[in-house]
Design a protein around this ligand. Structure first.
Ligand SMILES: [Zn+2]
Length: 72
């Protein structure tokens, strides 16, 4: 009977493995951590929650928001 039990355990394990997604989903609630944006001025990446919005663009800080995108 041991072989039968082993097969059952193996089958259950295989089914559970098949049903489970490949990647473990842990941080589904905090979208801010995943949502990275780049500064329109210097291109640095930062969370959307920390970015400054100005003129339809996103910046890494008040200074770059004031300077705006592009050179100069
Ligand atoms: Zn910047």
């Amino acid at each position: 009977m041991n072989t039968f039990l082993l097969l059952v355990v193996l089958a259950v394990w295989l089914i559970r493995r098949a049903l489970r997604p490949a990647k473990p989903v842990q941080k589904s609630s905090s979208l801010e951590q995943q949502d990275l944006v780049s500064c329109a001025r210097c291109g640095v990446h930062l969370p959307r929650g920390e970015a400054r919005a100005a003129g339809g663009q996103l910046y890494c800080g008040d200074e770059h928001a004031r300077l705006g995108a592009g050179p100069g």
